[in-house]
Design a protein around this ligand. Structure first.
Ligand SMILES: *Cc1c(COP(=O)(O)O)cnc(C)c1O
Length: 386
């Protein structure tokens, strides 16, 4: 048994990060100060995008992206069957109907072939989605070229849930966030994600009007910008609420941490990429299906699947590894299997590839601070139990 708990993922915080936070604590602004814009510029640089809007979480970011995209009651949104619930909940927040697209069992990413078939049926039935929320599962990008071709054909908006994929690249080598064919890209800075702000997220977009709307929605739907005010020649104190917005702001304390962290994103991602390559070597020969190699992924997760015919079930393997202090996890139970979604009418068997993926999936510890001896212990323990 390991003498310490080996986390499946965790933050890396150094003295530079701590000093950045302390500087804000000693400054005039804990929120709505200059740290937000600096962080937003850092995010925009990494994502190679003109605008980034920092928000209180990726969940808040997905919610605002849905509102700003004009999605409302009566509309339909599709997302991947294998994701965190927030990828679907955002559509429910705005009263939209949600449906799922089945995945590729090799990667856990939305399957373009499944999408094409589902769109053809929806087109015939007059039930096309207004938006598709793609999820770059584990930090590996979806087949965006195939998805954009279908977007052109059927006319839906693309929102990327890139909660796992800050600093990741498409196969072209361009950063996630850099493609203007997506309306919005949403990143998460929860401590298990590629970099952290404690809680936090950001939305990036190439559409200046959309960015303006997001900025307003993030802070109650209020603006003080003289150029945006509906009333002319008003005194300096004047502001207007023009939309029904929220308080989804990030604090300057978080933004300062995020800016300091964002400088390290490529170092973190490279470290996880190397550990992923190392896993592929040290797990070789075990009855496991390993995730395909990918030099562009941010490798937020390292999800193996237990081969059919393995002595142990996934849940037995999970229990035995946890008993050795190894923080394995399961990503994810398909969203439609949660009781809330079952009550909306979804049922088991509807997305068979996602369900098969889930039955076998086990996330092994992978984070930029994972030490090689811990990684070796994970591999050795798997060798012992399988
Ligand atoms: C973590 C996560 C979210 C939500 O991120 P928060 O910042 O915690 O709100 C959304 N989608 C996916 C795929 C996630 O993994």
């Amino acid at each position: 048994m390991s003498s310490h708990f080996i986390h499946y993922s965790r933050q890396s915080i150094d003295e530079e990060d701590i000093e950045a936070v302390v500087r804000v604590l000693r400054s005039d602004f804990l929120t709505q100060g200059p740290a937000i814009e600096q962080f937003e510029q850092g995010v925009a640089r990494v994502a190679a995008t003109p605008a980034a809007i920092a928000v209180s979480s990726a969940t808040a970011g997905l919610h605002l992206a849905c509102i700003a995209a004009g999605i409302a009651s009566g509309d339909t949104v599709w997302t991947s069957a294998i994701s965190f619930a927030a990828s679907a909940n955002c559509a429910r927040y705005v009263g939209a109907h949600i449906d799922f697209v089945d995945v590729d069992t090799d990667t856990g990413n939305l399957c373009p072939q499944e999408l094409a078939e589902k769109l053809a049926k929806a087109s015939a039935a007059g039930t096309l989605p207004k938006a598709l929320i793609v999820v770059h599962f584990s930090g590996r990008t979806c087949n965006m070229e195939a998805i954009y071709a279908l977007k052109e054909q059927y006319g839906f908006s693309v929102i990327e849930d890139a909660a796992h994929a800050f600093g990741a690249f498409y196969p072209t080598g361009k950063p996630v966030g850099s493609d203007s064919r997506s309306l919005a890209v949403v990143f998460s800075f929860h401590p298990v994600k590629p970099i952290t702000t404690g809680e936090g997220g950001a939305i990036t977009t190439h559409d200046a009007q959309f960015a303006k709307k997001l900025r307003m929605l993030r802070t109650h739907g209020i603006t003080r910008d003289p150029e945006q005010l509906e009333q002319a020649n008003m005194p300096a104190w004047y502001y207007e609420q023009q939309l029904l917005g929220y308080n989804y702001r990030m604090t300057d304390i978080q933004a300062a941490l995020g800016e300091s962290q964002s400088k390290k994103i490529h170092r973190f991602n490279d470290a996880r990429r190397q550990l992923a390559t190392r896993y592929a070597n040290i797990l070789d020969g075990l009855p496991l299906l390993l995730p395909p190699a990918d030099n562009h992924s941010s490798w937020h997760l390292y999800v193996v699947r237990l081969s059919a015919g393995t002595r142990l079930s996934r849940d037995d393997a999970f229990r035995k590894l946890r008993a050795e202090n190894i923080g394995v996890n399961v990503h994810y139970m398909p969203i439609h299997l949660h009781p809330y979604y079952q009550r909306l009418g979804f049922s088991k068997g509807q997305f068979p590839k996602a369900e098969a993926f889930f039955d076998q999936a086990l996330s092994l510890p992978l984070h930029q601070g994972l030490v090689l001896s811990d990684q070796d212990f994970v591999a050795q323990t798997l060798r012992d139990i399988l």
